[in-house]
Design a protein around this ligand. Structure first.
Ligand SMILES: Cc1cc2nc3c(=O)[nH]c(=O)nc-3n(C[C@H](O)[C@H](O)[C@H](O)COP(=O)(O)O)c2cc1C
Length: 467
């Protein structure tokens, strides 16, 4: 396993830094169980669900032998009396973790924490993340505007995530368009403790989404999605959703905010209205094309309905492949003979004392370079694009490796705050300068080899590259 350590995994008790989003209707016990079995962590999506269903789903998970899982509720979109019963039920069931979303409900957070339940909260801004920490939340999810479903934030995850990670001292998970191993590596390089998967796990055999919705996801690309306020019934105002474009989002089915209500479907006797936030589920009948077909901008990477295990396994395999070249141990490097880079291989090293600060500086510089490259690779005029430019994945894996090296070198010492990087020189020149001073000081073959490889990688980008 070459994935970096994840403080979120330690808190949640999962093996992999992959978290199933608490998708209302879609994330039921079958999907949570599949994700948990595969090593991830899952939230049951229980927004506005009656306590009976919460109890049934939690009991099913426990009967299957799962003890580490969470439940998602959304206080702002739930009738206060029902919310009260939901919270009482979660406490009575002693569920280990609860995830909340939209506005933070201080009272609900406190009651859950007082009952010994870990609270995770999904935020759309740095201010909301700070408010969450102050209220006792233990993990925040930073949600970028690339996300499927309701979208709280207005910013791209590549900008929001590093700012949230710098602003709070608790683990941060990244959400919004995540679908690949490259997304996992990039998010972790920007400071995330793992990623949250919504759409990518909705398109699985175990999800409770209706087959119609799953099939519609398969042919779609990022720019087939749109942020819209057309689907609003059941929710507070000003709550945009990201969905697949349809006759509803183009306005062909009329004014979503007109007062008359049209029934377009049924869920076990409950009427589904046109312009409501309900998405097609296995338990529904009706005009699915007119419902909210939620999808995030990672959708272009989803080309088949697979098992949840296969989806998670593929993401991990991709991430491990990206991280593999730079994770050799000293022994492996000696056997395989390290990359030869004349100046650095003279053996005339100058002593390894106090490498820690230099490696931290290098790690911070690499993260800054990654941020620049991601901003460069993005089309500022496009509102629906995948979260990270694929070509930045190698740079992200290097940034992650440098962070890991720095952490290893400091052997548990307190992490220094990220130093301010001078804007006067381009990042690439700064990093090459730092490497030039660092490499000759290192005697350990594996460490020196990694830094030499990094230098070769950066030089291969050419002097005009944004790194
Ligand atoms: C079908 C669907 C339903 C969702 N329902 C909820 C919900 O009930 N509660 C919640 O906190 N987030 C919900 N979300 C948002 C997710 O928490 C998460 O931010 C999002 O799925 C991440 O983006 P992605 O779908 O591109 O992975 C939903 C997302 C989708 C796709």
């Amino acid at each position: 396993m070459t994935l970096p350590d994840s403080p979120a995994c330690n808190l949640l008790g999962s093996k992999l830094p992959l978290v199933l989003a608490g998708m209302g209707g879609v994330a039921r016990s079958e999907l949570v169980a599949a994700v948990t079995t595969a090593g991830g962590f899952g939230f049951l999506g229980m927004v506005r669900e009656p306590p009976k269903l919460i109890e049934r789903e939690v009991t099913r998970l426990r009967e299957l032998g799962h003890s580490r899982f969470g439940v998602n509720i959304i206080p702002a979109s739930t009738d206060p009396a029902l919310l009260e019963r939901q919270v009482a039920t979660l406490i009575a069931l002693a569920v280990p973790v609860v995830c909340t979303f939209w506005t933070l409900d201080q009272q609900v957070t406190r009651r859950l924490r007082d009952a010994g339940i870990m609270v995770v909260h999904q935020v759309g801004s740095v201010d909301e993340a700070i408010e969450a920490v102050r209220s006792g939340v233990e993990i925040v999810i930073a949600q970028g505007r690339e996300a499927g479903g309701h979208v709280r934030g207005t910013r791209a995850i590549r900008d929001l995530l590093p700012e949230v990670a710098d602003a709070v001292n608790i683990p941060v998970l990244a959400a919004g368009g995540m679908a690949t191993g490259a997304d996992l590596v990039t998010a972790m390089a920007l400071g995330a403790s793992g990623i949250v998967l919504g759409t990518a796990l909705m398109a699985t055999e175990e999800s409770f989404a209706h087959a119609y919705h799953k099939q519609r996801l398969l042919a779609a690309e990022a720019d087939d999605t749109v942020l819209t306020s057309s689907f609003h019934i059941n929710w507070p105002p000003n709550a945009p959703t990201r969905v697949l474009k349809s006759a509803i989002t183009s306005g062909a089915r009329g004014d979503p905010h007109a007062s008359e209500r049209t029934v377009i479907g049924d869920e076990e006797g409950r009427q589904i209205y046109l312009f409501s936030t309900d998405s097609p589920l296995r338990s529904m009948t009706g005009d699915f094309e007119s419902m909210a077909l939620y999808a995030g901008t990672g959708i272009g990477h989803i080309t088949a309905i697979t098992s949840a295990t296969d989806r998670l396994t593929q993401i991990v395999a991709e991430a491990e492949t990206l991280l593999a070249p730079a994770t050799a141990s000293d022994e492996q490097v000696e056997l395989a003979s390290s990359v030869c880079y004349a100046g650095e291989m003279s053996g005339a090293y100058m002593g390894e004392a106090d490498l820690t600060d230099d490696l931290w500086l290098l790690a911070a510089q690499m993260r800054a370079a990654l941020r620049t490259a991601l901003a460069h690779g993005a089309d500022p005029s496009a509102s629906s694009q995948p979260p990270f430019a694929a070509k930045s994945a190698t740079l992200a894996s290097w940034a992650l490796q440098m962070r890991r090296l720095a952490a290893r070198e400091s052997q548990g010492a307190a992490l220094p705050p990220h130093p301010v990087i001078s804007g006067k020189l381009p990042a690439q020149a700064l990093i090459l300068q730092a490497l030039g001073g660092l490499i000759p000081r290192i005697s350990r073959p594996a460490l020196r080899d990694q830094l030499v490889q990094l230098r070769l990688f950066l030089e291969a980008q050419g002097p005009a590259a944004p790194v």
